[in-house]
Design a binder for this molecule. Sequence first.
Ligand SMILES: Nc1nc2c(c(=O)[nH]1)N[C@H]1C(S)=C(S)[C@@H](COP(=O)(O)O)O[C@H]1N2
Ligand SMILES: [Mo]
Length: 570
Amino acid sequence: MTSSYHNPPIPPAHTPAFHNPPSRPAVAGILAGAAGLGLGELLAALIGPIRSPLLAVADRVVDLSPTGVREWAISTLGTLDKPVTILGTLVLLALASAGLGVLAARGRRAAAWAAAGAMGMGVIGAVAAWSGRGDGMGSGFGALAGAAVSAGALWALFGATRRTTPGVGGRDTRAPALKPDPAAAHGPNPESEPDVELDHEAPLLSPMRRRTVLGGLGVAAIVQLALAGAIRVVGGRTQAQQARSQVTLPPVDSPLAPLPKQTASAPGAGTPGLSPLITPNDDFYRIDTAFTIPSVDVDTWALTIAGGSNGPLTLSYDDLLAREQVEIDCTLSCVSNEVGGDLVGNARWQGVELAPLLAEAGVPEGATQVGATSTDGWTCGFPIETLDRPSGDATPPAIIAVAMGGEPLPLAHGFPARLVIPGLYGYVSACKWLERIELTTWEDFTGYWVPRGWSREAPIKTQSRIDVPADGATVNAGPTTIAGVAWAGIRGLAEVETRVDGGPWRPANLGPKLSDATWRQWWTDWNATTGSHTLTVRATDGAGNTQTARPSRPDPNGATGWHAVVVTVR
Ligand SMILES: Nc1nc2c(c(=O)[nH]1)N[C@H]1C(S)=C(S)[C@@H](COP(=O)(O)O)O[C@H]1N2
Ligand SMILES: [Mo]
């Protein structure tokens, strides 16, 4: 780097560092912050018990934001809520760091305050880490170590000085920092009388060296963050991925009938664009609060069933696989699914029946709720009576699932084990990365989403969806097919009807029924006439209740209303 382009005008040696345009200190502050964050993230990626300062703070932001804000975020951002929260946290961090940089440039005293401010941010990160999942005091170490780097960088850049006049004799050059500095209080002012004390001192770093340090901070930040990201994504993921790939699923002891073949020639079910009867694992919607998919070590993982009158029951992964394996066909739906939305999927799950396990643990007198906790501290709970209903092929039992679609649970869907409770929305029941089940009461246990404004109990509402033609599609006049899926918790489906514009309701054909807890495909013929048409669908559940036309929002316990699409026929 010899080009003069890189050489700033060299100020006289005694010019204090704070005689810079304010944008430079802001950038310096951001670089100091980024280098500190990088170290914190790298330590967290390398050393298990240390938590990522960024994710810890983002978690707390979510936890502490008012319910209204959170509902707004979920309803407008949907599954983007996590990246947006992380981005928002980064923006806050950058603004705070820029502010500290500007402050630091206002003099030595101010630089000391800025360094203290950086440590303060580290303490916030550490507290966020500690107050998350009880990983012990070590979890906050990354935030503190990172903050020390940021604070040190700010001090080195703006606060630290060296003596320039030899022979002033034994005076401690650091002393002025502790005395009030009138220049600092009034901000940068190149016109002011030179400070007597600064006469003998210059910034520790020459402008050239400051640039080197700033560049170094930038490089350190980028390298550390990239490494941390790579270790997390590749390292953590492949470890669990590898463990998952080595799992040999035990055979199902009481297998269901084989799934019907869905060929393109099958009437109705072969309609292009219609959801398949079984959702492939890769297409299955994913909803959770996890910023990073928990990667669970199956060798040390254990499921504890607590609160039973026979004492806690602990099952290793092998214990779980050694138990009687059952299969259920069950549609899982998110309470946030809008009318016509796609936060719903249908799968064949394999696992261990929950009710007999709880009976083995001993259901105590007065237990009203089954609580579940994941390895990442998420919780949900559902009424204990849910498990009382008789189960059979039509009403599948609640299970601790270990497999989905014939494979061990994908990491994103809860490997090594999760709950699948037919008939209930996921947020009250379908705990992924399951770690603990407890027999408890509504008073003693509260699921994650309940204090956040969602209902305590949440049976799946009846919904029907038009898949084809898609909303806004253009179709050719003449015979065509309207098709979609409909589901009704565990109530089964009695009828699906469609209507063109304000015309009469006409029953649709129903596809194969796997169980009362799964969706069914439906289709109907339509002789499309040119113009714009509104197609509407509604379903009637096995108990004879037809979906209400009244639209309501997903919160607090599931959207209602009829799905309609508008199509152009030409
Ligand atoms: N550990 C954990 N389990 C969880 C959640 C979560 O945030 N964390 N979200 C629940 C919600 S709201 C739904 S809808 C389902 C979604 O399951 P899926 O991602 O496998 O489709 O998981 C449930 N289980
Ligand atoms: Mo959900």
